[in-house]
Design a protein around this ligand. Structure first.
Ligand SMILES: Nc1ncnc2c1ncn2[C@@H]1O[C@H](COP(=O)(O)OP(=O)(O)O)[C@@H](O)[C@H]1O
Ligand SMILES: [Mg+2]
Length: 376
């Protein structure tokens, strides 16, 4: 009995500690959902997976379980895309999530790793400065000098760890990594082994190992994948939300959970305010008003759903700390302007024109027009 209590206490302490971190990993934040799913999941699991592909899909898309437990949707969009992504990870091909910024590539990658392996932290951030050691392994130079190459002097990369443990390694922004470094992945993905010639050994991947990479096509200085590497990946393109309703729902859900995590002292935003921001984003993105009557100019930046979430969230902080806790046009104006005007000259013209021709004329939008003109 006492060991059970001790165990419970330890779990409690871990839970408390997780509550004070600014951002929990998916497997921490949604631990309860993952547990409930595991309990009822009797379907076949690929080797070393914590859940069946069916349960992973349910975790991503959300559902009410037979016992009434609510699984929140993580990805809002076409379930087929998630099925393809999950099924890919059960094969010998790696998964590449591709698309414009802010389409939930990183978000989906984290949740997939959390649901499949219970660990989303085996992460390599791709940058122009990412070198081979970040993907393969490095050396602890102090030990290397004293002992020479030895297993203890080896600095294990997240990739090597994922191979050893049969887990999923995540690579963020793969196309920002220089091409010759990208190609170190070829052996890992095709032979499923990581040779360490200095120690005359290799690390062979255990069952369950796979890689999820994300890449976007809008970055400056992207390094296209070589065709040899591309062949090792199955690409799933994540689109921008196709309907207004879907986009509003994404923003609403994410704002609610972010607001809770940040403990913002503001009320839940009115759906109407979310609709206004999403409308503006969609119209500017598409270059015409939703009723297709008016053409508008397109600003230089990508106005993604992720940015709409930030604008509302920013507005909530303004409303909570400087206003009366209710999100209004004044609280949104600065954030909106900041998101849209990325180029101080051209985008300012675009935004001004949109304000004059669309926002000013729209029924019930005068408050937003005035607030935005004030900060521009
Ligand atoms: N279809 C979607 N379903 C759920 N959340 C979404 C969707 N599209 C965007 N988001 C939200 O947008 C935010 C940014 O997504 P992120 O994964 O960082 O984008 P990127 O594609 O640039 O990696 C996340 O908080 C995510 O929840
Ligand atoms: Mg990303």
């Amino acid at each position: 009995m006492s060991t059970v209590n001790g165990h419970n206490q330890k779990a409690e302490v871990a839970k408390k500690a997780a509550e004070t971190v600014l951002r929990q990993h998916a497997e921490q934040q949604f631990a309860e959902e993952l547990e409930e799913l595991a309990k009822i999941d009797t379907r076949k699991r690929p080797p070393n997976w914590k859940l069946s592909p069916w349960a992973v899909r349910t975790y991503l898309m959300g559902a009410t379980l037979p016992n009434g437990f609510e699984i929140t949707p993580k990805y809002i969009g076409n379930p087929r895309l998630m099925e393809i992504a999950i099924a890919t990870l059960a094969t010998d091909r790696a998964l590449l999530l591709y698309g414009v910024p802010g389409t939930a590539k990183s978000w989906v990658s984290e949740h997939l790793a959390a649901a499949i392996t219970g660990n989303s932290t085996l992460l390599i951030q791709g940058t122009a400065g990412t070198d081979e050691t970040a993907i393969r392994y490095g050396w602890n130079y102090a030990r290397l000098l004293v002992e020479g190459p030895s297993p203890d002097a080896l600095v294990v990369s997240p990739m090597m760890q994922a191979m050893r443990e049969g887990k999923i390694a995540r690579i963020e922004e793969l196309t920002r990594i220089p091409s010759e470094v990208q190609d170190t992945l070829i052996t890992i993905l095709s032979e499923k082994t990581l040779p360490v010639p200095e120690l005359n050994m290799e690390v062979q991947a255990n069952k369950g190992f796979n890689v999820i990479a994300t890449a976007n096509n809008r970055d400056k200085g992207v390094n296209e994948l070589s065709s040899a590497l591309m062949r090792r990946f199955n690409t799933v393109v994540l689109p921008t939300p196709d309907s207004m309703e879907a986009e509003v729902e994404i923003v609403e859900r994410r704002v609610a959970s972010l607001g809770k995590a940040l403990e913002l002292p503001a009320e839940k935003p009115a759906l109407e305010e979310i609709r206004r921001v999403v409308t503006i984003f969609r119209e500017l993105r598409e270059g015409r008003t939703l009723d297709s009557k008016t053409k508008v100019k397109v600003p230089s930046g990508t106005l993604s759903t992720a940015e709409a979430i930030s604008v509302i969230n920013n507005g909530l902080a303004m409303a909570g700390y400087y206003g009366d806790g209710v999100l209004r046009a004044d609280d949104l104006a600065a954030g909106l302007t900041g998101a849209i005007v990325k180029d101080p000259v051209q985008d300012r013209v675009v935004w001004l024109e949109y304000l004059q021709t669309v926002v000013k004329e729209r029924e019930g939008w005068k408050d937003l027009y005035r607030a935005c003109r004030e900060v521009l």
